[in-house]
Ligand binder design. Structure first.
Ligand SMILES: [Zn+2]
Ligand SMILES: [Zn+2]
Length: 358
């Protein structure tokens, strides 16, 4: 069998990239579409893309494709016409990276997966490409005004905590996999009402809207291009933003400000604040909301235990992390598995929390 995988070492690949005298375009694309034979398609794509010297990470499943790639600029037209000649991927829209990074991908990895977005749904009759109806910003705003609509946030709790649409249902979920069945269950009384869903960039809602339809919901809509696209359109067309606060994003910025409203609170003192940070104790790294004042008091940590550890010399911290299991575990009595504040990190009793408990 032909070699259909990268066999070069990292330094080799790096050298190769370094000596390239052409530019690369960094793109991403995805599509939910039925792929009858993912392995066959995977081999075809790998073979062709390898000859074009494409790099990237691509997942193919029965439910479609999800690709992050870098394509040599001089091969762009070949790449595109080849991809578009495959019926399943005709006219698939590309997103180009704002910043071109030569080293964004060292090699070409094309993998066959069970799913392109992990969702935990095993039912073979579920068709992720049978999605709800798209709405643009203007349409979304207009539909929100209707009586009896249900607006639901399809993101995780820490994302909706710092920004969301007015009156939206905010499911308390840590992952998308957990959220999908939860939402179907929460909304089961509303199968005949219009359901408006949204997420960051639209990918999650494609699947989630298809799932609600599969579960018998009649009128399922989703925000095209997600909050990112909504924010653009609001600005361009001078619409009123019904989304308040920050749009949480998964990079160093942690959030894009959409409106000036600060709708979250510092997890430690309860003051209005919507700044996410990672706990400065590297062994913990908990994602939480912390105001400047508390950051100063706590040395950027989520708890007194983590503060103690973070104040040790670096060498010592490292030892703790690597140390004998018992010491390590105890000393780092940490919170890796959780994203929520636990009582020991709160200096105050949140009125929100008290309400939730009743
Ligand atoms: Zn605070
Ligand atoms: Zn911590």
């Amino acid at each position: 069998m032909a070699v259909l995988a990268n066999k070069k070492s990292k330094p080799e690949l790096f050298k190769e990239l370094e000596s390239e005298n052409f530019r690369r375009i960094t793109i991403s694309f995805y599509r939910y579409v039925y792929v009858p034979d993912p392995q066959k398609l995977r081999d075809e794509l790998y073979r062709f893309w390898d000859t074009l010297r494409c790099k990237g990470r691509i997942y193919i499943a029965n439910e479609g494709i999800n690709a992050q790639m870098s394509v040599p600029e001089h091969h762009w037209e070949d790449f595109k016409s080849h991809l578009y000649s495959i019926p399943e991927f005709k006219d698939v829209p590309f997103k180009t990276a704002v910043e071109e990074k030569k080293y964004s991908f060292l090699k070409l990895v094309v993998k066959v997966r069970k799913k392109i977005v992990a969702d935990g749904i095993d039912d073979p009759d579920f068709k992720p490409w049978d999605t709800g109806q798209y709405l643009n910003a203007e349409e979304f705003n207009r539909m929100m005004e209707l009586p009896d609509v249900v607006v639901v946030d399809m993101r995780n709790h820490y994302e909706s905590e710092v920004g969301h649409f007015e009156g939206a249902i905010l499911p308390d979920a840590d992952t998308f996999r957990e959220e999908i069945p939860k939402v179907a269950e929460m909304l089961k009384e509303h199968k005949d009402k219009p359901v408006l869903m949204y997420c960051t960039g639209g990918i999650r809602c494609e699947k989630a809207s298809a799932y609600l339809k599969y579960k018998g919901f009649q009128k399922v809509y989703h925000l095209q291009g997600g909050i990112i696209q909504y924010a653009h359109e609001v600005k361009e067309k001078n619409l009123k933003s019904k989304f308040k606060g920050l749009n949480f994003v998964f990079d160093e910025r942690m959030g894009e400000r959409i409106t000036d409203d600060v709708i979250a609170r510092c997890h430690q003192c309860g003051k209005p604040c919507d700044r996410h940070v990672n706990c400065k104790n590297d062994a913990c790294h908990l994602l939480f909301i912390q105001c400047d004042e508390c950051a100063g008091k706590m040395n950027g940590c989520c708890s007194f235990k983590c503060k103690e550890i973070s104040l040790l010399p670096v060498e010592e911290q490292r030892k703790l992390r690597k140390g004998p299991p018992k010491v390590g575990k105890e000393a780092l009595a940490v919170h890796k598995s959780r994203l929520r504040p636990k009582p020991d990190m709160l200096f105050y009793k949140s009125p929100l929390k008290i309400e939730e408990q009743t």
